[in-house]
Design a protein around this ligand. Structure first.
Ligand SMILES: [Zn+2]
Length: 441
């Protein structure tokens, strides 16, 4: 139901800030980069920027309790000479003093396995004086993925909820069916290696429109997709799906509103750095970021539209461009999908069928995934997998390994593993070398 989206713009941020603690600090380094991992008791809200003369990285974590900062000790690293900490507002500021003109990259990782929430700081660049010693070594050799290649995070936003039911017709209520479709979509991403889904709501609750992109940003989302159903009671024959991306029309006024709200600018993490720059520079940077988000939205939107066309009638054959509140994120590519018209009897029936919901979720999933497989963000597992596609590595048989277990570990059938290595039987011995494709997870 689009009218609601266009008119409902007021609202308070719903996410209350949860103070988190720093549990431990780990660091590691190789020829290309140094990495510091901050292990945290919860999800960080952070922003970072670089300063020069002397070179340093400033990392603000607005919900990190200062009482735990004593966990920060000196680390032995040639790129990061010192980490300092101080109180900033309700949170903490960490300053990484750098030994040279290095690039840096900060990103958050959610809990996984034995790891809690983490903030990862990568400082990239050759250490002066060490260049000679690495010359001649092959850096093209494929490697096992580092544990902390991050997932692509897809924020899924089921429209409406709670006191706002959205459209309804033939006994079908928008807030209910879009939540069901969103949950199916989330499950698809959760079971796909390299992807992680977050929902802006996972039950029947009211979430103000404007806080939805904000929740996505706090989750470090690479993509935002809002799920809705339409209604057009004047003509009950109108049916089918529609895909919308943000248009540049209206984007500029949105941008200036954003700029006025320094709270928003402080939220921007990764992508574009909005540190100590003046307002003009800030405007240029935000413009670039927004144009890039819009470009990605359009490409991914076209991809989703193609997949939706395969599973049912499409109301709008072209990608729609609109200025919806939930799409107004200068830094996160966003789509709004109208899954059908509840005012149309057959669409209403389709949207409440679990089989059809699964088809719709599958089409949206495939469309977004196809986009990211083509253009994965840096530092993600998907990017790493793409770079190493087709490469093989040699592994050594360890005590207790069986051929079928090794095959499973590398997503191969037993037969394929045997053929790859010219094996006639299933018998392997300790220390034996086997060739496997480089795509474990
Ligand atoms: Zn709606």
């Amino acid at each position: 139901m689009m009218r609601l989206i266009l008119t409902l713009i007021a609202g308070l941020w719903s996410a209350s800030v949860q103070a988190i603690e720093l549990k431990s600090v780990r660091s590691s380094a190789d020829q290309d980069s140094s990495r510091v991992v901050l292990e945290l008791s919860g999800r960080p809200q952070f922003s970072s920027f670089n300063l020069s003369n002397p070179s340093r990285l400033v990392l603000d974590v607005s919900n990190l309790s200062t009482s735990s900062l004593s966990a920060i000790t000196t680390i032995d690293d040639s790129r990061i000479t010192r980490i300092r900490s101080s109180v900033r507002g309700q949170g903490s500021r960490l300053v990484f003093d750098l030994g040279g003109d290095y690039r840096s990259n900060v990103f958050a990782l959610g809990p996984k396995g034995r790891f809690p929430d983490r903030l990862v700081v990568d400082v990239v660049g050759y250490v002066a004086g060490e260049k000679a010693s690495i010359r001649g070594e092959s850096s093209a050799e494929p490697t096992e993925p580092p544990v902390e290649k991050r997932d692509i995070v897809v924020a899924i936003d089921p429209g409406h909820g709670g006191k706002d039911p959205g459209a309804s017709s033939y006994g079908v209520i928008e807030k209910k069916v879009v939540l069901q479709i969103a949950k199916r979509l989330a499950r698809r991403f959760q079971s796909e290696p390299g992807y992680r889904a977050v929902l802006t709501r996972d039950d029947d609750r009211f979430v103000p429109l404007k806080s939805r992109p904000r929740l996505a940003r706090e989750a470090g989302a690479d993509f935002f997709v809002s799920i809705h159903a339409d209604s057009f009671p004047k003509n009950k024959n109108v049916r089918g799906t529609g895909v919308y991306a943000l248009s540049l029309r209206g984007a500029n006024s949105e941008l200036s509103r954003w700029l006025q709200n320094t709270e928003n600018a402080d939220d921007l993490a990764g992508g574009v750095d909005l540190g100590d720059v003046d307002n003009d520079t800030r405007q240029v940077l935000l413009n670039m970021s927004m144009e890039s988000a819009i470009r990605i939205s359009k490409q991914a939107g076209q991809s989703v539209l193609n997949d939706l066309t395969d599973v049912g009638r499409v109301h709008k054959k072209q990608l729609g461009l609109a200025n919806f509140v939930v799409l107004r994120s200068p830094d996160i590519p966003s789509l709004l999908i109208e899954t059908g018209f509840l005012s149309n009897r057959s669409d209403a029936k389709r949207l409440s069928s679990s089989r059809e919901q699964e088809k719709i979720a599958g089409a949206i999933f495939e469309g977004i995934k196809r986009y990211f497989e083509k253009s994965p963000p840096a530092n993600t597992f998907v990017a790493w997998r793409k770079q190493n596609a087709g490469k093989r590595i040699v592994i050594e048989v360890k005590r207790g390994d069986t051929l079928s277990e090794i095959a499973a570990r590398y997503n191969l059938s037993l037969q394929a593993l045997k053929e790859l290595n010219g094996l006639r039987s299933d018998v392997i011995h300790l220390g034996q070398k086997l060739e496997v494709p480089l795509s474990p997870r």
